[in-house]
Ligand binder design. Structure first.
Ligand SMILES: Cc1cc2nc3c(=O)[nH]c(=O)nc-3n(C[C@H](O)[C@H](O)[C@H](O)COP(=O)(O)OP(=O)(O)OC[C@H]3O[C@@H](n4cnc5c(N)ncnc54)[C@H](O)[C@@H]3O)c2cc1C
Length: 435
């Protein structure tokens, strides 16, 4: 069995940050990563550009129950610390409406900088090394964790589990951390996909018509209350650029509302299954910047100016033509008839569909397409100021594994950096006290 000062399981952003900080105590630090190379998910972040923090960072951007833990973490390692840290590694930044990216606009440059720095700090990153199990060993003076991989067994006093959640398993996060921790008696709550595209209840034929259309609009997610005759409660709303797809709708505003759609549940083995039968309804405003009276006058002008022209171009210049065709088909308006034959009822339906398009949600696209996991290791299991587990001495959890998830915009990576820093720092303080 190989002994080591500190082991980090998972070579993702939070694992790297924990390793950097822990290494300051001067003991050997090994990161065990199951993929062939570390930071696989980081390469995919921000559409390959890596939106690694946000200047509007605040605990309000995360799940409500995580307010305190996020507050402590941001006090220890803020978004400004993140920017300064990466500047020290040679990563200059640019700021797009508060979203911070590397100036190179390449996630790979952030990953390369982290790997280069790990080498400098003499941190060993051992790839192709999936941790299969961990075991607590308490034999009088010797207390610590046995860490089993395929080819080697380790013993360490300080252990950080940074294995991520269940989102985007193709990048390595398949829920191993939840399973290993549950074997130690640590509870993880309800796990569901968040920051995820959404499937809508429309026919394939209709969806094909709007596939690929981008628009700036707003959406409202409502939940149907079966016990109250289908009464709708608005859960949340979001606005910004979205894209209509052949399955439904995607884009940052959709990602933001998706965490409230509880139709999949993950289990410890990384599998997901449908859960709850709640029904959700989405309202889409395709013309959010135009008020209803203006839209009415816009349409009546076109009707008056071109009464003998075909209906197909009634919305020409207002919305994308593919979306216009979709609307005509959806509402059963014959786009070949002349405008003077369009009825008042058809105009009213069109106005409603443009500003308050009502459609049932089928489901989110699940963990495969989610960017983060909603839920995780329960916060009641954790010392909120150090991220040490209450019932497992010297065992820390970081990143997406913990019940913390933020909105789009660099918030989740900031949590990864801050939580990694917090855990690493707590290890340094413990080692210093031992001396
Ligand atoms: C497509 C996509 C785009 C995103 N874009 C952004 C963005 O622009 N900004 C933002 O803030 N967030 C973004 N996120 C979210 C962000 O990437 C995550 O929140 C973050 O990577 C979590 O870091 P982590 O260290 O907790 O876990 P992960 O990044 O998931 O890393 C965990 C690591 O642990 C390894 N591991 C798992 N099990 C084991 C095991 N048994 N043994 C050894 N190793 C193991 C995995 O292989 C993985 O490398 C995005 C996510 C996705 C999927």
């Amino acid at each position: 069995m190989r002994s080591c000062g500190c082991i980090i399981i998972g070579g993702g952003p939070s694992g790297f940050m924990a390793a950097f900080k822990a290494a300051e105590a001067g003991k050997e630090v090994i990161v065990l990563e199951k993929n062939k190379k570390p930071l696989k998910k980081l390469y995919a972040t921000g559409n390959g550009k890596c939106n690694f923090t946000n200047e509007n960072m605040s605990e309000a951007a995360f799940n409500k129950n995580a307010e305190n833990i996020v507050k402590y973490a941001l006090e220890r390692f803020s978004y400004k610390d993140t920017i300064a840290f990466f500047k020290g590694l040679g990563i200059e930044t640019y700021n797009r409406e508060g979203y911070i990216y590397p100036k190179s606009e390449e996630a790979a440059s952030v990953a390369n900088a982290l790997v280069r720095e790990a080498k400098k700090r003499k941190i060993k990153i051992k790839c192709d090394s999936a941790v299969l199990d961990i075991e607590f060993k308490d034999k009088g003076k010797v207390k610590g964790y046995i860490v089993y991989t395929d080819d080697e067994t380790y013993f360490t006093k300080y252990l950080v589990i940074a294995t991520g959640g269940l989102a985007s398993p193709v990048h390595g996060s398949t829920g191993d951390g939840f399973r290993m921790l549950s074997e130690l008696g640590v509870k993880s709550g309800y796990l569901s996909p968040a920051l995820c595209p959404v499937e809508l209840d429309l026919s394939k034929k209709l969806l094909k018509l709007w596939d690929g259309v981008r628009f700036r609009g707003d959406i409202k997610l409502n939940k149907m209350d079966a016990s109250e005759n289908g009464a709708l409660t608005c859960l949340c709303s979001a606005e910004g650029e979205m894209v209509l797809t052949k399955y439904g709708i995607s884009g940052i505003p959709v990602f933001e509302v998706s965490r409230h759609i509880e139709n999949f549940e993950g289990d410890m083995s990384g599998k997901e299954k449908p859960c709850h039968n709640d029904e959700y309804v989405l309202y889409i405003d395709f013309c959010k910047d135009l008020d209803k009276t203006y839209l009415e006058s816009y349409i009546s002008n076109i009707l008056n100016n071109y009464p003998d022209e075909k209906t197909e171009f009634l919305l020409n210049g207002l919305v994308n033509q593919k979306l216009a065709y979709f609307m005509f088909k959806y509402l059963g308006i014959d786009e070949n008839k002349v405008l003077k034959d369009v009825t008042e009822a058809e105009i009213n339906n069109l106005l409603k569909a443009l500003t308050c398009f009502e459609v049932k949600v089928l489901q989110t696209l699940g963990f495969d397409r989610a960017q983060v996991t909603h839920g995780g290791v329960e916060l009641s299991e954790i010392n909120l100021e150090t991220l040490e587990l209450n019932n497992c001495p010297n065992l820390f959890v970081t990143g997406e594994l913990v019940d913390v998830d933020g909105i789009c915009g660099g918030y989740n990576l900031q949590w990864a950096w801050s939580s990694g820093y917090m855990a690493g720092n707590a290890i340094v303080e413990k080692i210093q006290k031992e001396k």
